[in-house]
Design a protein around this ligand. Structure first.
Ligand SMILES: NC(=O)c1ccc[n+]([C@@H]2O[C@H](COP(=O)([O-])OP(=O)(O)OC[C@H]3O[C@@H](n4cnc5c(N)ncnc54)[C@H](OP(=O)(O)O)[C@@H]3O)[C@@H](O)[C@H]2O)c1
Length: 338
């Protein structure tokens, strides 16, 4: 089968190669992938900026497809099912935090940028019927990260004010769609006026350009303060969020693209009872809850673009360049590879 493999090549680092089709072992299913989607993680791995890099692994954490075979102990009734894949491996027993053995599909375990992938039978979930293959494939990693951040950690409730930073990001767009569905008052930041306009058209109350001078003042005036902030940029901007929180508000962060802040306004934090909460992907129960929420609210992920699998390396390059709004998706159809 064709697969995108992390290779020991000085420039490209990733190559579409022909490798052996995997065989499902006990408890596993073999999924023939119809579409897969990129996450920032994939490009971080390509750039060597991820822990425990393992060459010769098939990358990709997001995918949707059809169950083609089952391993020992798995009901053959699953064959033919249209599914999306939960990329968690061994989250463990504690719903609050992942175990030491926790891994993510797509390194160290072979992932979804391939014609076939094997996963535990418990990790497949029925594809939401209102979504096409490309939209469904966009959900898993980003959708789960946002679901835990907004609800599992942020405990967002109807009528609360939420600020989602960098709304054009793959995870952030899910946070925005979930918060709108939950009937919260949604505010966004973005470095792009066009993305802000799109967010407002989708239902956000207002948006602020984080590259601008006085966006913090504008955001505070427009909203009256935030109950929840969802952020992955980090950096010194964290102190701006602390100033914009309502008392007892929570800042949830699931990344730190701009690094750690040089200082932290602890005085304001303790006086206003502000929580700073780290978050990462989500447990298996949250994945199930997320799929139910997406079905209930007929949420449609925002796709930046869909490419044929043969052009997947250009999707990595686009991820590196930035500027995308929503998910970068590849359609994995055998005929596109010939
Ligand atoms: N902990 C986890 O489990 C987990 C899971 C997924 C992602 N992450 C991490 O979260 C980060 C985002 O991931 P992603 O997949 O959503 O990446 P992405 O699709 O590449 O999105 C990154 C977004 O960051 C925004 N951004 C850049 N500078 C910003 C700033 N100064 N303030 C606010 N936003 C800013 C941009 O938003 P605009 O385009 O709107 O300007 C950009 O679209 C990465 O660091 C990733 O590694 C962690």
């Amino acid at each position: 089968m064709k697969a995108l493999v992390l290779v020991d090549h000085p420039e490209e680092k990733i190559q579409l190669l022909t490798i052996e089709k995997p065989v499902p072992t006990k408890g596993q299913v073999l999924v023939r992938l119809k579409a897969a989607a990129l996450n920032r993680r994939d490009q971080w791995i390509r750039e060597g900026k991820y822990p425990n890099i393992q060459i010769n692994t098939v990358l990709g954490s997001d995918g949707a497809g059809i169950v083609e075979e089952v391993g020992a102990g798995v009901s053959s009734s699953l064959i033919g099912k249209e599914v999306i894949i939960n990329p968690n491996i061994e989250w463990g027993d504690n719903p609050k935090v992942q175990s030491k053995n926790y891994r993510i599909l797509g390194m160290p375990v072979n992932g979804t940028f391939a014609e076939y992938v094997t996963v535990e039978a418990a990790k497949i979930h029925e594809k939401p019927a209102h979504l096409n293959w490309e939209q469904a494939a966009a959900i898993p990693l980003g959708g789960l990260t946002a679901f835990r951040a907004v609800f599992g950690q942020g405990q967002l409730a109807e009528g609360q004010n939420i600020l989602i930073s960098g709304a054009g990001g793959g995870v952030a767009q899910f946070a925005m769609l979930y918060a709108l569905a939950a009937k919260a008052n949604v505010y966004v930041t973005s470095g792009s006026e066009d993305k802000i306009k799109t967010c407002i058209a989708l239902g956000a109350k207002a948006g602020f350009n984080y590259k601008g001078e006085d966006w913090q003042k504008e955001a505070l005036q427009a909203s009256g303060g935030f109950d929840v902030v969802i952020d992955s940029a980090g950096g010194d901007q964290l102190n701006d969020f602390i100033k914009m929180m309502k008392p007892a508000g929570m800042i949830v962060f699931y990344g730190a693209t701009n690094g750690t802040p040089q200082k932290l306004d602890m005085f304001r934090m303790f006086w206003n009872q502000i929580t700073l909460q780290g978050s990462t992907m989500g447990n298996d129960q949250e994945f199930e809850q997320m799929v139910a929420f997406i079905n209930q609210h007929k949420i449609i992920p925002i796709l930046d673009s869909v490419r044929p699998f043969s052009e997947i390396i250009s999707a990595f390059d686009a991820m590196k360049m930035g500027g995308a709004f929503g998910k970068l998706v590849v359609g994995i159809e055998t005929e596109l590879l010939i």
